[in-house]
Design a protein around this ligand. Structure first.
Ligand code: NAP
Length: 317
């Protein structure tokens, strides 16, 4: 039995992230038993049909009973509700973690409802797609991607080591930082790009002089790359905006200043300024490729991920 093996893992929420965890846990044999909980019986039935767990329930309280590891994978605005429901049913010594895209808010929502007898270690895998629901998950989602843990200062080191080993077994690389720092970084690398994408797709949709069919027909010129982000789950992204408000507003203010400067350069025909900026940003793209966080093939390398997802849809084991 490997060091990362847990007797019983409870997965609360079985959408893209929860179901990807279910698949990798099964594939790598990381648990004796996997209990799956979801809010609606429709989603639960789908999870059952896909064979994602050993037992299924719509009761979060029932799901966590006797679990050694509890992973909460619900929209961040639901964190407090879930913590209230599970708090008094957790097994002493259990590790409780989450995968939410904002960390300070999740900690503040959940921590007051969890007993001192458990180890609460918030986390965030930097891996995802624009799809949602139990069918969208695939076992390789976390492979080669970072997972950030944001344990508070007094967290038990052994519990952190165990959770770290779990994520490594899922194929992730693990980093550790405080929640505030996480929220500022993610505001610029994830939250702002999504907000910009939602905005630009909305602007194109509102244009009166360009028809929708033209927008779609000629989208390969750049627009379609924004549509992938702008197709992301509206509930998840509403919650991210509401729960990382301060960091997002700060990054948006900087972005607006830089956009004004770019606008001025275009108005005044300042080609040198434009060329300098565009050269610098090209260099950042190269750094991302060098770090293995994307591949240099047309379509931003997404074909590989889509194929993986498809393969795993038919075989969730
Ligand atoms: P998703 O596919 O929409 O799935 C969400 C799941 O949460 C569904 O199973 C839903 O159940 C369940 N749920 C909602 N409220 C619940 C409650 N009160 N009790 C139990 N289950 C509940 O979402 P996701 O993409 O997996 O995202 C989950 C979390 O991961 C979010 O916090 C998100 O910020 C984070 N995250 C997402 C990505 C990404 O790219 N998508 C990447 C990293 C982290 P029903 O269907 O039954 O309502």
């Amino acid at each position: 039995m490997s060091e990362v093996h847990f007797d019983r893992i409870a997965l609360i929420g079985i959408g893209l992230i929860g179901s990807s965890l279910a698949r990798v846990i099964r594939e790598k044999k990381l648990a004796g038993t996997v209990v799956v909980a979801s809010r609606s019986s429709e989603t639960l039935e789908r999870a059952h049909a896909l064979g994602l767990g050993d037992s299924y329930t719509t009761s979060n309280a029932e799901a966590v009973r006797d679990a050694d590891l509890v992973i909460v994978s619900v929209p961040v605005g639901m964190s407090e509700k879930v913590a209230r429901e599970i708090g008094s049913h957790l097994k002493p010594g259990a590790i409780v973690t989450d995968v939410g895209s904002t960390k300070k808010s999740v900690f503040e929502q959940m921590q007051p409802h969890l007993p001192d007898t458990v180890h609460f270690i918030p986390g965030h895998p930097i891996a995802g797609t624009e799809q949602s629901g139990p069918d969208a998950g695939f076992a390789r989602l976390f492979e080669g991607r970072w997972c950030i843990l944001t344990p508070p200062a007094d967290t038990d080191e052994e519990a952190i080591a165990r959770l770290t080993a779990f994520w490594l077994a899922c194929g992730s690389m693990v980093d550790r930082m405080d929640a505030d720092h996480h929220d500022r970084i993610l505001a610029i690398v994830s939250h702002l790009p999504h907000i910009i994408a939602y905005n630009i797709v909305g602007t194109a949709d509102d244009l009166e002089t360009v028809t929708e069919s033209e927008v779609i027909k000629y989208s390969a010129s750049g627009f379609r790359d924004f549509t992938r982000l702008a197709a992301s789950d509206p509930t998840m992204w509403r919650d991210v905006c509401l729960h990382n408000k301060d960091a997002i507003l700060e990054m948006l203010a900087r972005f607006s200043e830089d956009l004004s400067s770019l606008q001025r350069a275009i108005r005044w025909g300042d080609g040198d300024k434009l060329f300098d900026l565009f050269s610098h940003t090209r260099h950042i793209r190269k750094s991302i490729l060098d770090a293995g966080q994307d591949v240099d093939v047309p379509d931003f390398g997404r074909h590989g991920a889509v194929l993986d997802a498809g393969e795993n849809k038919s075989d969730p084991s």
